[in-house]
Design a protein around this ligand. Sequence first.
Ligand code: ADP
Ligand code: MG
Length: 307
Amino acid sequence: MSITPLSLPKPPDRAPEFGRDALIACESLVRIYQTGSIEVQALQGLDLTVESGEMVAVVGASGSGKSTLLSILAGIDAPTAGKARVDTWDLLDMSRSDRVRYRRQTVGFVRQQTASNLVPYLTAHQMVDLPMTAARTPVRTRKARASELLDMLGVGELADRRPAQLSGGQQMRVAIAVALANQPRVLLADEPTGELDTATSAEVFGALRDVNRELGVTIVVVTHDPEVSGQVERTIAIRDGRTSSEVLRRSAVDGDGDTHVIAEEYAVMDRAGRVQVPREYREALALTRRVRLALEADHVSIKPDNS
Ligand code: ADP
Ligand code: MG
């Protein structure tokens, strides 16, 4: 590796604490599952920060570690190593009773299978009421809040129905209302539209955007649907248990006054400076084990090692 010397601004003496101002901060997060003699590294040093009030989508192939990440953030599963903080909670250092409090107060979780979020013999209203009862919320507050949430999610008219009397999209809206019952700061949703048709999933996604805007709740939503991830400002791609790239979307107004959405893909660099070079790039220039890095005035170049 050759580095062209240049005069550079002096870096700060100490790097600021990773993701200090973020609501969610994961650094070098590792989760290893052990089944018998087989070890699966579901997360292999994942970095992620989410600011308060953001709505981000997480995409990635099946088996890339998305559900593992979400169950760690939900306080259901514990990481093997690394750092993970949500609000003031250190997810690697929580007692059993901390976990109960965290899951009750700080995060709402919508699971991957729609049915597993709902209780078959309860009505929509009763299901939203349940987590508030567990949190000892006074009955009058519970009533008002359950109606308010079901209305906000567009299922207020269906409050007396049981899951079997609701469509898939309606069930998912109720599940979101249940997850929001205790006014969590963070809402986590694992493929909430995975079992829905395109039109219905666009509606459910719209409902998530509404609650993000109206309640200010921070949302992390896992999806395999690239269309759906086109509706958020930031999409994080996970590959092999690590964050590999991010797509940022912003609106720009052109000369004719028309608004366009611009999407730009960024590679993610970890704290140690590692960046993944996409396979197409590596193949195009036959980049293999060793490459030449050079520091230019305003960029860094990577060249094949032809020595
Ligand atoms: P995704 O949600 O992106 O499809 P997962 O987080 O469910 O991925 O899984 C990541 C990897 O971890 C997969 O290889 C999966 O088989 C493995 N895995 C997930 N949960 C467990 C578990 N409880 N025990 C063993 N391996 C698991
Ligand atoms: Mg999954």
